[in-house]
Design a protein around this ligand. Structure first.
Ligand code: SF4
Ligand code: SF4
Length: 260
């Protein structure tokens, strides 16, 4: 409670089907948030959790099981702001990409056998089921972006999140372009910024873990990669690993005559 007796805003940090990467990022940064918020629910980090209304709910993971969906609907109903954190929640990520290629029932049978009673859904991002106020990409999310977005929401402002490509951040860091100078298959031109161009800054090609940027020029990316001797479809399939939706690849597929 603050000196003026105004209660602190409440936050909840919840998880559906994911790897807990975003939960760890939030946990690591909790000391920076605690002067400004009360954590009413964070089952990953505390044993006493309150199920009441919250100002902000951060939700990690995709909706992949019936109880994920029930949980998500309850979270939406009790939250002023719903923030999808990480690529599973924003794009569906690896499990969403797998479901786009194979039938869920076939995968279930392959892993658990024909007589399994386990129930799964086709893995989908949060906004396939409920309205989402803010989407924070990343695998996992970036600390600076998470804290600045949270600060904006606490002031009741819709946060600014760039949808420009990684190349923008790469140029701001004055990196030499490894796609041009080293012929590495860097997907920075079609990947959303937010990571601070982490991989190219270390001399490694971006493999698209932030998901696609706004209006990615997939066909131009395919042309460049092909000119450099790469199998463009194989390289760009990496983007699908992180859940990029099929329609982004339609024009590429028709131009190359291959399916991404
Ligand atoms: S290294 Fe990659 S991210 Fe950086 S400018 Fe070149 S293509 Fe873009
Ligand atoms: S793969 Fe690309 S988007 Fe992911 S951290 Fe590396 S540079 Fe950033």
């Amino acid at each position: 409670m603050r000196k003026d007796a105004t209660p602190l805003p409440c936050i909840a940090v919840e998880s559906l089907t994911g790897c807990a990467g975003e939960l760890l990022v939030i946990l690591e940064n909790l000391d920076k948030l605690l002067p400004f918020v009360r954590v009413s629910s964070f089952p990953f980090a505390q044993s006493k959790n309150d199920d009441g209304p919250v100002d902000i709910a951060f939700v990690e993971g995709s909706v992949s099981q019936p109880h994920d969906l029930e949980k998500l609907r309850n979270i939406r109903a009790k939250s002023r702001w719903l923030v999808a954190v990480g690529n599973c929640a924003v794009w569906g990520c690896v499990q969403g990409g797998a479901c786009a290629k194979c039938k869920v029932t076939d995968m279930l049978e392959a892993v658990y056998g024909k007589s399994s009673e386990i129930q799964v859904l086709e893995a989908k991002p949060l906004d396939a089921y409920v309205p989402v106020d803010v989407k924070l990409s990343g695998c996992p999310i970036n600390t600076t972006q998470f804290l600045s977005v949270t600060a904006s929401i606490l002031k009741d402002h819709l946060p600014y999140i760039t949808h420009k490509p990684v190349c923008l951040e790469c140029k701001l860091r004055e990196n030499a372009c490894i796609l041009i100078e080293k012929n590495l298959p860097c997907l920075g031109p079609v990947t959303a910024a937010g990571c601070g161009a982490l991989c190219p800054s270390m001399g490694a090609a971006c493999y698209g873990c932030w998901g696609p940027c706004q209006s990615p020029q997939m066909d131009a990316m395919a042309t460049i990669l092909t000119e450099k001797g790469y199998d463009a479809m194989e390289v760009i399939n990496r983007l699908k690993t992180f859940g990029a939706p099929d329609h982004l690849f339609e024009r590429m597929s028709s131009e190359t005559g291959r399916e991404a």
